[in-house]
Ligand binder design. Sequence first.
Ligand code: GLU
Length: 449
Amino acid sequence: MSDILENVKKRDPHEPEFHQAAEEVIDSIGPVLEKHPEFRKHKVLERLLEPERQISFKVSWVDDQGEVQVNRGYRVQMNSAIGPYKGGLRFHPSVYPGILKFLAFEQTFKNALTGLPMGGGKGGSDFNPKGKSDGEVMRFCQNFFMELNRHVGHRIDVPAGDIGVGSREIGYMFGTYKKLSNEFTGVLTGKGVGWGGSLLRTEATGYGLVYFSENMLNHINDSVKGKTCLVSGSGNVAQHTVEKLLHMGAKPISVSDSSGFIYDEEGIDEDKLAYIKELKNVKRGRIKEYAEKYSSAKYFASEKDQSSNPLWDIKADCAFPCATQNEVNAKDAENLVKNKVVLIGEGANMPLEADAAKIVIDSDILYSPGKASNAGGVATSGIEMMQNYMGSYWSKEQVDKKLQEIMKEIHTNCLQASEEYGFKNDYVKGANIYSFKKVARATIAQGII
Ligand code: GLU
Protein backbone atom coordinates (compact mmCIF):
# COMPACT_ATOMS: atom_id res chain seq x y z
CA MET A 1 0.00 0.00 0.00
CA SER A 2 2.80 2.43 0.85
CA ASP A 3 4.25 1.72 -2.62
CA ILE A 4 0.98 2.95 -4.17
CA LEU A 5 1.28 6.27 -2.34
CA GLU A 6 4.99 6.50 -3.19
CA ASN A 7 4.14 6.02 -6.82
CA VAL A 8 1.49 8.75 -6.70
CA LYS A 9 4.02 11.12 -5.13
CA LYS A 10 6.71 10.20 -7.64
CA ARG A 11 4.41 10.73 -10.60
CA ASP A 12 3.20 14.16 -9.48
CA PRO A 13 5.57 15.40 -6.77
CA HIS A 14 4.17 18.92 -6.60
CA GLU A 15 0.61 18.09 -5.57
CA PRO A 16 0.65 17.93 -1.72
CA GLU A 17 -3.12 18.34 -1.31
CA PHE A 18 -3.75 15.38 -3.60
CA HIS A 19 -1.17 13.29 -1.70
CA GLN A 20 -2.93 14.18 1.57
CA ALA A 21 -6.37 13.17 0.29
CA ALA A 22 -4.99 9.99 -1.27
CA GLU A 23 -3.15 9.01 1.93
CA GLU A 24 -6.30 9.37 4.02
CA VAL A 25 -8.22 7.01 1.72
CA ILE A 26 -5.34 4.54 1.44
CA ASP A 27 -5.04 4.48 5.26
CA SER A 28 -8.73 3.65 5.59
CA ILE A 29 -9.13 0.84 3.13
CA GLY A 30 -6.38 -1.61 4.11
CA PRO A 31 -8.82 -4.07 5.71
CA VAL A 32 -11.19 -3.77 2.73
CA LEU A 33 -8.44 -4.87 0.36
CA GLU A 34 -7.62 -7.75 2.72
CA LYS A 35 -11.21 -8.91 2.65
CA HIS A 36 -11.65 -8.36 -1.08
CA PRO A 37 -8.67 -9.74 -3.00
CA GLU A 38 -10.58 -9.01 -6.23
CA PHE A 39 -10.14 -5.27 -5.57
CA ARG A 40 -6.38 -5.79 -5.42
CA LYS A 41 -6.31 -8.10 -8.44
CA HIS A 42 -8.10 -5.50 -10.54
CA LYS A 43 -5.84 -2.70 -9.22
CA VAL A 44 -8.92 -0.69 -8.33
CA LEU A 45 -7.11 1.67 -5.96
CA GLU A 46 -4.38 2.48 -8.48
CA ARG A 47 -7.06 3.13 -11.10
CA LEU A 48 -9.08 5.41 -8.81
CA LEU A 49 -6.00 7.50 -8.12
CA GLU A 50 -5.55 8.35 -11.80
CA PRO A 51 -7.97 10.88 -13.35
CA GLU A 52 -9.81 9.52 -16.37
CA ARG A 53 -9.13 12.81 -18.14
CA GLN A 54 -7.58 16.19 -17.29
CA ILE A 55 -8.24 19.22 -19.42
CA SER A 56 -6.22 22.43 -19.27
CA PHE A 57 -6.99 25.46 -21.41
CA LYS A 58 -6.31 29.14 -21.94
CA VAL A 59 -8.90 31.76 -21.02
CA SER A 60 -8.32 35.19 -22.57
CA TRP A 61 -10.62 38.07 -21.66
CA VAL A 62 -10.66 41.87 -21.63
CA ASP A 63 -10.74 43.83 -18.36
CA ASP A 64 -12.48 47.18 -17.76
CA GLN A 65 -9.34 49.10 -18.77
CA GLY A 66 -9.35 47.39 -22.16
CA GLU A 67 -6.30 45.27 -21.22
CA VAL A 68 -6.18 41.65 -22.36
CA GLN A 69 -5.85 39.19 -19.47
CA VAL A 70 -4.87 35.53 -19.66
CA ASN A 71 -5.88 32.89 -17.10
CA ARG A 72 -5.79 29.13 -16.98
CA GLY A 73 -8.91 26.98 -16.97
CA TYR A 74 -9.13 23.32 -15.97
CA ARG A 75 -11.48 20.39 -15.64
CA VAL A 76 -10.44 17.15 -13.95
CA GLN A 77 -12.78 14.33 -15.00
CA MET A 78 -11.75 11.97 -12.23
CA ASN A 79 -14.09 9.01 -12.29
CA SER A 80 -17.29 8.00 -14.09
CA ALA A 81 -17.78 4.49 -12.68
CA ILE A 82 -21.16 5.24 -11.13
CA GLY A 83 -22.45 8.19 -13.18
CA PRO A 84 -21.53 11.23 -15.27
CA TYR A 85 -18.71 13.39 -13.87
CA LYS A 86 -20.13 15.80 -11.31
CA GLY A 87 -18.51 18.49 -9.19
CA GLY A 88 -18.00 22.20 -8.82
CA LEU A 89 -15.85 24.89 -10.40
CA ARG A 90 -13.53 26.95 -8.22
CA PHE A 91 -12.28 30.42 -9.23
CA HIS A 92 -9.43 31.37 -6.90
CA PRO A 93 -5.79 32.41 -7.41
CA SER A 94 -4.62 29.26 -5.55
CA VAL A 95 -6.16 26.94 -8.17
CA TYR A 96 -3.70 24.60 -9.91
CA PRO A 97 -4.04 20.99 -11.09
CA GLY A 98 -3.08 19.51 -7.67
CA ILE A 99 -5.91 21.29 -5.85
CA LEU A 100 -8.44 20.26 -8.46
CA LYS A 101 -7.21 16.66 -8.45
CA PHE A 102 -7.63 16.47 -4.67
CA LEU A 103 -11.09 18.01 -4.93
CA ALA A 104 -12.13 15.71 -7.80
CA PHE A 105 -10.84 12.69 -5.88
CA GLU A 106 -12.80 13.69 -2.76
CA GLN A 107 -15.84 14.39 -4.93
CA THR A 108 -15.79 10.85 -6.34
CA PHE A 109 -16.20 9.39 -2.83
CA LYS A 110 -18.60 12.11 -1.67
CA ASN A 111 -20.88 11.57 -4.65
CA ALA A 112 -20.87 7.82 -4.08
CA LEU A 113 -21.96 8.47 -0.48
CA THR A 114 -25.04 10.41 -1.62
CA GLY A 115 -26.50 7.24 -3.15
CA LEU A 116 -27.19 9.12 -6.39
CA PRO A 117 -25.69 8.17 -9.77
CA MET A 118 -22.90 10.74 -10.00
CA GLY A 119 -19.21 10.30 -10.82
CA GLY A 120 -16.52 12.71 -9.65
CA GLY A 121 -15.05 15.82 -11.28
CA LYS A 122 -13.84 19.30 -10.43
CA GLY A 123 -12.65 22.29 -12.37
CA GLY A 124 -11.95 25.96 -12.21
CA SER A 125 -9.43 28.66 -12.84
CA ASP A 126 -6.74 30.76 -11.18
CA PHE A 127 -8.95 33.78 -12.00
CA ASN A 128 -9.51 35.94 -8.90
CA PRO A 129 -13.07 37.31 -8.80
CA LYS A 130 -12.23 39.55 -5.80
CA GLY A 131 -12.45 43.21 -6.78
CA LYS A 132 -13.63 42.48 -10.34
CA SER A 133 -16.65 44.27 -11.79
CA ASP A 134 -19.75 42.36 -12.90
CA GLY A 135 -18.75 43.03 -16.51
CA GLU A 136 -15.29 41.55 -15.98
CA VAL A 137 -16.72 38.48 -14.25
CA MET A 138 -19.23 38.04 -17.09
CA ARG A 139 -16.56 38.28 -19.81
CA PHE A 140 -14.32 35.87 -17.95
CA CYS A 141 -17.14 33.35 -17.44
CA GLN A 142 -18.15 33.57 -21.10
CA ASN A 143 -14.62 32.90 -22.32
CA PHE A 144 -14.08 30.16 -19.73
CA PHE A 145 -17.25 28.33 -20.72
CA MET A 146 -16.65 28.76 -24.45
CA GLU A 147 -13.87 26.21 -24.06
CA LEU A 148 -15.35 24.11 -21.24
CA ASN A 149 -18.56 23.65 -23.26
CA ARG A 150 -16.96 21.13 -25.60
CA HIS A 151 -16.10 18.83 -22.67
CA VAL A 152 -19.36 18.85 -20.67
CA GLY A 153 -22.97 17.80 -21.16
CA HIS A 154 -25.97 16.87 -19.02
CA ARG A 155 -25.15 13.16 -19.35
CA ILE A 156 -21.38 13.65 -19.60
CA ASP A 157 -20.11 16.09 -17.00
CA VAL A 158 -22.21 18.52 -14.97
CA PRO A 159 -20.27 21.32 -13.23
CA ALA A 160 -21.61 23.53 -10.41
CA GLY A 161 -20.29 26.17 -8.02
CA ASP A 162 -17.52 26.12 -5.42
CA ILE A 163 -15.31 28.87 -3.95
CA GLY A 164 -15.62 31.99 -6.16
CA VAL A 165 -18.44 30.52 -8.24
CA GLY A 166 -22.00 31.30 -7.11
CA SER A 167 -25.31 31.99 -8.82
CA ARG A 168 -23.94 35.01 -10.73
CA GLU A 169 -21.14 32.99 -12.35
CA ILE A 170 -23.40 29.95 -12.99
CA GLY A 171 -25.85 32.32 -14.73
CA TYR A 172 -23.19 33.74 -17.06
CA MET A 173 -21.90 30.26 -17.88
CA PHE A 174 -25.37 28.85 -18.48
CA GLY A 175 -26.14 31.76 -20.81
CA THR A 176 -22.98 31.00 -22.78
CA TYR A 177 -23.87 27.32 -22.93
CA LYS A 178 -27.30 28.08 -24.37
CA LYS A 179 -25.87 30.45 -26.94
CA LEU A 180 -23.38 27.82 -28.10
CA SER A 181 -25.62 24.76 -28.04
CA ASN A 182 -29.06 26.24 -28.65
CA GLU A 183 -30.41 23.84 -26.06
CA PHE A 184 -31.93 24.24 -22.57
CA THR A 185 -30.65 21.20 -20.67
CA GLY A 186 -29.21 20.89 -17.17
CA VAL A 187 -25.54 21.13 -18.07
CA LEU A 188 -24.83 23.03 -14.84
CA THR A 189 -26.38 22.84 -11.39
CA GLY A 190 -26.83 25.71 -8.98
CA LYS A 191 -28.97 27.47 -11.58
CA GLY A 192 -31.42 30.11 -10.43
CA VAL A 193 -34.86 29.08 -9.23
CA GLY A 194 -37.16 29.77 -12.19
CA TRP A 195 -34.60 28.84 -14.86
CA GLY A 196 -33.88 25.20 -14.13
CA GLY A 197 -32.52 25.54 -10.60
CA SER A 198 -33.76 23.60 -7.60
CA LEU A 199 -35.29 25.12 -4.51
CA LEU A 200 -32.87 24.76 -1.57
CA ARG A 201 -29.79 24.10 -3.73
CA THR A 202 -28.24 27.33 -2.40
CA GLU A 203 -28.90 26.34 1.21
CA ALA A 204 -28.18 22.63 0.85
CA THR A 205 -24.50 22.30 1.83
CA GLY A 206 -24.87 24.21 5.10
CA TYR A 207 -28.27 22.71 5.93
CA GLY A 208 -26.96 19.22 5.16
CA LEU A 209 -23.96 19.80 7.43
CA VAL A 210 -26.21 20.65 10.36
CA TYR A 211 -28.54 17.71 9.60
CA PHE A 212 -25.55 15.38 9.54
CA SER A 213 -24.24 16.82 12.81
CA GLU A 214 -27.64 16.40 14.41
CA ASN A 215 -27.54 12.72 13.40
CA MET A 216 -24.12 12.35 15.00
CA LEU A 217 -25.27 14.01 18.21
CA ASN A 218 -28.56 12.07 18.32
CA HIS A 219 -26.48 8.90 18.10
CA ILE A 220 -25.00 9.79 21.52
CA ASN A 221 -28.40 11.00 22.81
CA ASP A 222 -27.52 14.65 22.38
CA SER A 223 -28.63 17.43 20.00
CA VAL A 224 -27.37 20.69 18.46
CA LYS A 225 -30.10 22.52 20.35
CA GLY A 226 -28.56 24.96 22.82
CA LYS A 227 -25.00 24.37 21.56
CA THR A 228 -22.57 27.26 21.12
CA CYS A 229 -20.98 26.91 17.69
CA LEU A 230 -17.84 28.19 15.99
CA VAL A 231 -18.20 28.63 12.24
CA SER A 232 -15.41 29.69 9.88
CA GLY A 233 -15.93 31.15 6.42
CA SER A 234 -18.71 33.54 5.44
CA GLY A 235 -19.61 32.27 1.98
CA ASN A 236 -22.46 30.04 0.95
CA VAL A 237 -21.63 27.08 3.21
CA ALA A 238 -20.95 29.16 6.35
CA GLN A 239 -24.05 31.33 5.85
CA HIS A 240 -26.42 28.39 5.58
CA THR A 241 -24.72 26.51 8.39
CA VAL A 242 -25.40 29.52 10.63
CA GLU A 243 -28.97 29.68 9.30
CA LYS A 244 -29.77 26.03 10.02
CA LEU A 245 -28.06 26.21 13.43
CA LEU A 246 -30.43 29.06 14.27
CA HIS A 247 -33.45 27.06 13.01
CA MET A 248 -32.40 24.23 15.32
CA GLY A 249 -31.92 26.36 18.42
CA ALA A 250 -28.11 26.53 18.48
CA LYS A 251 -25.99 29.64 19.02
CA PRO A 252 -23.44 30.43 16.26
CA ILE A 253 -20.82 32.90 17.51
CA SER A 254 -18.26 33.38 14.72
CA VAL A 255 -17.70 33.75 10.98
CA SER A 256 -14.55 34.63 9.04
CA ASP A 257 -13.03 35.60 5.72
CA SER A 258 -9.47 35.52 4.39
CA SER A 259 -8.58 38.70 6.33
CA GLY A 260 -9.82 37.66 9.79
CA PHE A 261 -12.80 36.62 11.89
CA ILE A 262 -15.50 38.08 14.10
CA TYR A 263 -16.46 36.68 17.48
CA ASP A 264 -19.93 37.73 18.59
CA GLU A 265 -20.38 36.71 22.18
CA GLU A 266 -24.12 37.41 22.09
CA GLY A 267 -24.55 35.15 19.07
CA ILE A 268 -25.30 35.76 15.42
CA ASP A 269 -29.09 36.04 15.14
CA GLU A 270 -31.38 36.14 12.06
CA ASP A 271 -30.93 39.92 11.58
CA LYS A 272 -27.17 39.72 11.85
CA LEU A 273 -27.16 36.81 9.42
CA ALA A 274 -29.21 38.87 6.96
CA TYR A 275 -26.55 41.58 7.30
CA ILE A 276 -23.75 39.04 6.58
CA LYS A 277 -25.60 37.82 3.48
CA GLU A 278 -26.05 41.35 2.15
CA LEU A 279 -22.42 42.24 3.00
CA LYS A 280 -20.92 39.15 1.36
CA ASN A 281 -23.29 38.36 -1.51
CA VAL A 282 -24.37 41.82 -2.66
CA LYS A 283 -21.83 44.40 -1.44
CA ARG A 284 -18.99 41.86 -1.62
CA GLY A 285 -17.45 43.56 1.44
CA ARG A 286 -15.18 42.32 4.25
CA ILE A 287 -16.30 40.62 7.48
CA LYS A 288 -14.48 43.30 9.50
CA GLU A 289 -17.48 45.57 8.79
CA TYR A 290 -19.68 43.30 10.95
CA ALA A 291 -17.73 44.33 14.07
CA GLU A 292 -18.10 48.00 13.08
CA LYS A 293 -21.88 47.55 12.92
CA TYR A 294 -22.44 45.32 15.98
CA SER A 295 -20.74 46.32 19.25
CA SER A 296 -21.25 42.80 20.67
CA ALA A 297 -18.64 41.54 18.20
CA LYS A 298 -14.86 41.70 18.20
CA TYR A 299 -12.79 41.51 15.03
CA PHE A 300 -9.50 39.60 14.92
CA ALA A 301 -7.34 40.23 11.86
CA SER A 302 -5.35 37.20 10.60
CA GLU A 303 -1.69 37.63 11.42
CA LYS A 304 0.83 36.73 8.77
CA ASP A 305 2.50 33.39 9.65
CA GLN A 306 0.36 32.89 12.79
CA SER A 307 1.11 29.51 14.37
CA SER A 308 -2.56 28.88 15.17
CA ASN A 309 -5.90 30.53 14.52
CA PRO A 310 -7.41 32.09 17.68
CA LEU A 311 -10.87 31.38 16.23
CA TRP A 312 -10.42 27.70 17.16
CA ASP A 313 -9.39 28.62 20.70
CA ILE A 314 -12.72 30.22 21.61
CA LYS A 315 -14.69 28.14 24.06
CA ALA A 316 -17.62 26.45 22.32
CA ASP A 317 -19.44 23.11 22.02
CA CYS A 318 -19.19 22.55 18.27
CA ALA A 319 -16.86 23.66 15.49
CA PHE A 320 -17.76 23.91 11.81
CA PRO A 321 -14.81 24.71 9.54
CA CYS A 322 -16.53 25.99 6.38
CA ALA A 323 -13.82 28.09 4.73
CA THR A 324 -11.26 26.07 2.77
CA GLN A 325 -8.76 23.18 2.76
CA ASN A 326 -6.17 22.92 5.53
CA GLU A 327 -7.53 25.86 7.53
CA VAL A 328 -7.16 23.95 10.84
CA ASN A 329 -3.63 22.94 11.86
CA ALA A 330 -2.36 20.64 14.63
CA LYS A 331 -2.18 23.47 17.19
CA ASP A 332 -5.78 24.46 16.42
CA ALA A 333 -6.83 20.84 16.83
CA GLU A 334 -5.06 20.69 20.21
CA ASN A 335 -6.96 23.81 21.25
CA LEU A 336 -10.28 22.28 20.22
CA VAL A 337 -9.47 19.15 22.22
CA LYS A 338 -8.29 21.21 25.21
CA ASN A 339 -11.53 23.21 25.16
CA LYS A 340 -13.57 19.98 25.13
CA VAL A 341 -15.45 20.61 21.90
CA VAL A 342 -18.06 17.88 21.46
CA LEU A 343 -18.27 17.86 17.66
CA ILE A 344 -16.30 18.98 14.60
CA GLY A 345 -18.33 18.93 11.38
CA GLU A 346 -16.46 19.70 8.20
CA GLY A 347 -18.34 22.03 5.85
CA ALA A 348 -15.32 22.73 3.65
CA ASN A 349 -13.42 20.06 1.71
CA MET A 350 -10.51 18.70 3.81
CA PRO A 351 -10.31 21.70 6.19
CA LEU A 352 -8.12 19.80 8.67
CA GLU A 353 -4.45 19.25 7.99
CA ALA A 354 -3.47 15.55 8.24
CA ASP A 355 -1.82 16.05 11.68
CA ALA A 356 -4.85 17.94 12.95
CA ALA A 357 -7.21 15.18 11.80
CA LYS A 358 -5.08 12.60 13.59
CA ILE A 359 -5.26 14.55 16.87
CA VAL A 360 -9.03 14.83 16.57
CA ILE A 361 -9.53 11.15 15.65
CA ASP A 362 -7.45 10.13 18.69
CA SER A 363 -9.66 12.28 20.96
CA ASP A 364 -13.29 11.60 21.79
CA ILE A 365 -14.63 14.44 19.69
CA LEU A 366 -17.33 13.43 17.19
CA TYR A 367 -15.69 14.20 13.85
CA SER A 368 -17.17 14.05 10.36
CA PRO A 369 -15.11 14.34 7.16
CA GLY A 370 -16.33 16.85 4.57
CA LYS A 371 -17.01 14.13 2.02
CA ALA A 372 -19.79 12.90 4.32
CA SER A 373 -21.03 16.00 6.11
CA ASN A 374 -20.87 18.50 3.23
CA ALA A 375 -22.39 16.07 0.71
CA GLY A 376 -25.80 17.75 0.98
CA GLY A 377 -24.74 20.32 -1.62
CA VAL A 378 -23.90 17.89 -4.37
CA ALA A 379 -26.80 15.65 -3.32
CA THR A 380 -29.16 18.54 -4.01
CA SER A 381 -27.35 19.11 -7.30
CA GLY A 382 -28.32 15.50 -8.02
CA ILE A 383 -31.91 16.40 -7.13
CA GLU A 384 -31.66 19.40 -9.50
CA MET A 385 -30.48 17.03 -12.27
CA MET A 386 -33.45 14.73 -11.60
CA GLN A 387 -35.85 17.68 -11.94
CA ASN A 388 -34.16 18.77 -15.17
CA TYR A 389 -34.32 15.25 -16.64
CA MET A 390 -38.00 15.03 -15.71
CA GLY A 391 -38.73 18.57 -16.89
CA SER A 392 -40.43 19.52 -13.63
CA TYR A 393 -39.93 21.18 -10.26
CA TRP A 394 -40.07 19.80 -6.74
CA SER A 395 -41.50 21.76 -3.82
CA LYS A 396 -39.23 23.05 -1.08
CA GLU A 397 -40.68 20.48 1.32
CA GLN A 398 -39.94 17.62 -1.09
CA VAL A 399 -36.31 18.71 -1.55
CA ASP A 400 -35.79 19.26 2.18
CA LYS A 401 -37.25 15.86 3.03
CA LYS A 402 -35.02 14.13 0.48
CA LEU A 403 -31.96 16.05 1.71
CA GLN A 404 -32.64 15.01 5.30
CA GLU A 405 -33.11 11.39 4.22
CA ILE A 406 -29.85 11.41 2.28
CA MET A 407 -27.85 12.90 5.18
CA LYS A 408 -29.34 10.32 7.54
CA GLU A 409 -28.50 7.50 5.17
CA ILE A 410 -24.90 8.72 4.76
CA HIS A 411 -24.62 8.82 8.55
CA THR A 412 -25.93 5.25 8.90
CA ASN A 413 -23.74 3.95 6.07
CA CYS A 414 -20.59 5.52 7.56
CA LEU A 415 -21.30 4.03 10.98
CA GLN A 416 -22.12 0.57 9.60
CA ALA A 417 -19.06 0.45 7.34
CA SER A 418 -16.72 1.57 10.11
CA GLU A 419 -18.17 -0.94 12.54
CA GLU A 420 -17.98 -3.79 10.01
CA TYR A 421 -14.23 -3.25 9.66
CA GLY A 422 -13.52 -2.78 13.36
CA PHE A 423 -13.30 1.03 13.52
CA LYS A 424 -16.38 1.73 15.62
CA ASN A 425 -17.69 5.33 15.36
CA ASP A 426 -14.88 6.43 13.02
CA TYR A 427 -16.72 8.51 10.41
CA VAL A 428 -13.57 9.11 8.34
CA LYS A 429 -12.87 5.41 7.88
CA GLY A 430 -16.57 4.63 7.46
CA ALA A 431 -17.02 7.23 4.69
CA ASN A 432 -13.94 6.04 2.82
CA ILE A 433 -14.78 2.36 3.13
CA TYR A 434 -18.43 2.65 2.10
CA SER A 435 -17.76 4.80 -0.94
CA PHE A 436 -14.62 2.97 -2.03
CA LYS A 437 -16.47 -0.36 -2.10
CA LYS A 438 -19.27 1.11 -4.16
CA VAL A 439 -16.97 2.63 -6.78
CA ALA A 440 -14.69 -0.43 -6.74
CA ARG A 441 -17.53 -2.83 -7.56
CA ALA A 442 -18.67 -0.65 -10.47
CA THR A 443 -15.09 -0.38 -11.74
CA ILE A 444 -14.62 -4.15 -11.81
CA ALA A 445 -18.01 -4.76 -13.43
CA GLN A 446 -17.11 -2.44 -16.31
CA GLY A 447 -13.85 -4.19 -17.18
CA ILE A 448 -10.30 -2.98 -17.73
CA ILE A 449 -10.89 0.14 -19.76
N1 GLU B 1 -18.57 22.26 -4.89
C1 GLU B 1 -19.53 21.50 -4.14
C2 GLU B 1 -18.84 20.34 -3.47
O1 GLU B 1 -17.70 20.46 -3.05
C3 GLU B 1 -20.77 21.15 -4.94
C4 GLU B 1 -20.55 20.34 -6.17
C5 GLU B 1 -21.80 20.14 -7.04
O2 GLU B 1 -22.89 20.52 -6.63
O3 GLU B 1 -21.63 19.57 -8.11
O4 GLU B 1 -19.39 19.30 -3.25
